[in-house]
Design a binder for this molecule. Structure first.
Ligand code: FES
Ligand code: FES
Length: 160
């Protein structure tokens, strides 16, 4: 039996009919049509499904959609600053070749955005630690870390 969940996704109020056992991940992808958030393991191990809920990173595969009632959910689709302006992290990932198959990329972008918001000048160790819950099966970690470091510097320069 479905129930109505009212939540905000990337700033848009949404009302979705979901079954009680449905994960937020499946609901975002299949009910809201937001397929940017990826399903890797579906058990909380890989971080591919990372979204931001009320300002905190969450593995969307581990959260029921009904738990998102009344909450503010941000996905990778909401990162772009406008139709033709990428978020500095997205731009840096492109410039540094930090995305190979790209499956891990949305989750890493969301986690990296949160990391930089909380720590605008992260050390290499802090970037590694901050992204330690996000697995890249293509193992392109060096370029990912380079991109995060570059985006953080760019954001600091804009704000200076
Ligand atoms: Fe959610 Fe892997 S799909 S942590
Ligand atoms: Fe392929 Fe990370 S780029 S999983």
């Amino acid at each position: 039996m479905k129930q109505i969940v009212e939540l905000t996704i990337n700033g848009d109020p949404q009302s979705l009919a979901v079954e009680g056992h449905r994960s937020l991940l499946d609901t975002l992808r299949e009910e809201a049509g937001l397929t940017g958030t990826k399903k890797g393991c579906d058990v909380g191990d890989c971080g591919a499904c990372t979204v931001i809920v009320d300002g905190q990173p969450v593995n969307a595969c581990l959260m029921l959609a009904v738990e998102a009632q009344g909450r503010n959910v941000e996905t990778v689709e909401g990162m772009q600053q406008s139709i033709d302006i990428l978020h500095p992290l997205q731009d840096a990932f492109m410039r540094h070749g930090a995305s190979q198959c790209g499956f891990c990329t949305p989750g890493i972008l969301m986690m990296a955005r949160k990391l930089i918001e909380e720590n605008p000048d992260p050390s290499d160790d802090e970037i590694r630690f901050g992204l330690s819950g996000n697995i890249c099966r293509c193992t392109g970690y060096t370029k990912i870390f380079d991109a995060v470091r570059s985006a953080a510097a760019e954001i600091r320069a804009v704000r200076a």
